[in-house]
Design a protein around this ligand. Sequence first.
Ligand SMILES: *[C@@H]1O[C@H](CO)[C@@H](O)[C@H](O)[C@H]1NC(C)=O
Ligand SMILES: *[C@@H]1O[C@H](CO)[C@@H](O)[C@H](O)[C@H]1NC(C)=O
Ligand SMILES: *[C@@H]1O[C@H](CO)[C@@H](O)[C@H](O)[C@H]1NC(C)=O
Length: 436
Amino acid sequence: MVRINSRLAAVALLLTTTTAVSTQVASGFAASDGSIKFALNIPQNDASEDLYFSMQGSSSLSWMAIGMGNNRMDNTLMFMVYADSTGQNVTVSPRLSYGHTEPSYTNNVTITVQPGSGIANGNMTVHAICTRCRSWKGGSIDPTSTAQKFIFATGPDGSINSNSGSANIKRHASYGAFTMDLTKAVGAAGIPIIAMSDSAGTVQTQDKTDHDFSAPLHAVAMVGAFVILMPAGVLILRVFKSPRLHGWNQTVSAIVAVLGAMLGIYAGTMYNRSRNWNSAHQLFGTIIILAMIGQFVLGFMHHRIYKRTQAPTKLAPYHIWLGRVVIPAGIANGFLGFPLALNSKYNWALLALTLLMVIGFVPLWFWRYKRDANKMPLGMASDSDGYQSQPWNSGPSSSDINLGVYDGQQNYPPQPMNYPPPNYHYQNPQEGRQFV
Ligand SMILES: *[C@@H]1O[C@H](CO)[C@@H](O)[C@H](O)[C@H]1NC(C)=O
Ligand SMILES: *[C@@H]1O[C@H](CO)[C@@H](O)[C@H](O)[C@H]1NC(C)=O
Ligand SMILES: *[C@@H]1O[C@H](CO)[C@@H](O)[C@H](O)[C@H]1NC(C)=O
């Protein structure tokens, strides 16, 4: 242990001597997780309000940022860096943050990127000058402070490839805070070299990996509800003919979807692109969730009335048709959701899962269809649950409305049970099956 420590000390010494090669006056910070390195020079000719800085992180990062003026996001001025449209150089976006949401671009300060910046050799490197950068609405930095507060953050892997200062970003993957002795940064103006380690007076005060799972959980809940649970609920009714299980299953589906929607609402508050609730995914999602709740109420009411009257209700067709709209609409809205989360590639996974469900369900439907067709007269019995009945298609010709699945049943007007149709034959009486 002692030997390891002395070796570390030797390495640290080596690093310090390497850093000391710089002639530029600067304060440096190197995050303990290696995610980001930052160096700051404050020109002593104070009238300019300029700052010179350098920043480096892995080229795999979608973005990296240093914020000045606080140890959390509120009231900080940030230098946010991401790949430009060529992918070879960087866009440095000054952003202001007033709360724990995505910081917003400001054109109140000007950042000019200097030679030596770019994305190469696995590094994303910035050398830049920021003018009018020492104070901003809500905050400032003080060149006489020996413990000026800063924050740092890096996004998940990816490349934003945008020249726009207000490009959409994903939430940080890791973040933290540090303080720097700015008195050591004041000197002749000049771009500082990348800090390989903390300079004297720099203290990292926080280091965290992100633990906000609201957006991924929202996706899992919604896909689970609309792509798996709800179609399974339809299958339970149509193929396995169990209104009771159907009711339970769709209750669970609705609860999962409502909880998922609440997670989505929360996730939406964090990003500039969704904060105002005006994206298509959010607008359609709101309508779909309301329709889904309506669908749940319809199904519940239908069941209540049916239990009392033992006859098909007027609500059944609305329930059936609303279901046919709500489920596909919910799935379609997922295809708008992933791009909003800057995760368009998951649309392929959603497409695959949707196709898989269709491929899995169709044989079951077909199996049921053939089974029902074979015992056509008895099939009428399952009308007695009241869910299959649609007042307008009691005639044989309109069976296609029901996707052709219920030909056997729909040829008979829904009627109270135990009313044998004209050609009813008794050779296969399975009385028990009539009561679901
Ligand atoms: C990146 O842009 C800056 C500013 O225009 C320039 O000085 C620098 O040479 C560029 N780097 C590369 C790798 O093109
Ligand atoms: C990145 O830059 C540093 C110097 O700042 C250098 O030591 C390193 O080799 C570069 N490449 C990678 C992949 O880190
Ligand atoms: C713009 O910059 C000036 C000078 O630094 C500052 O006084 C003002 O508050 C800034 N405005 C905003 C909106 O940040």
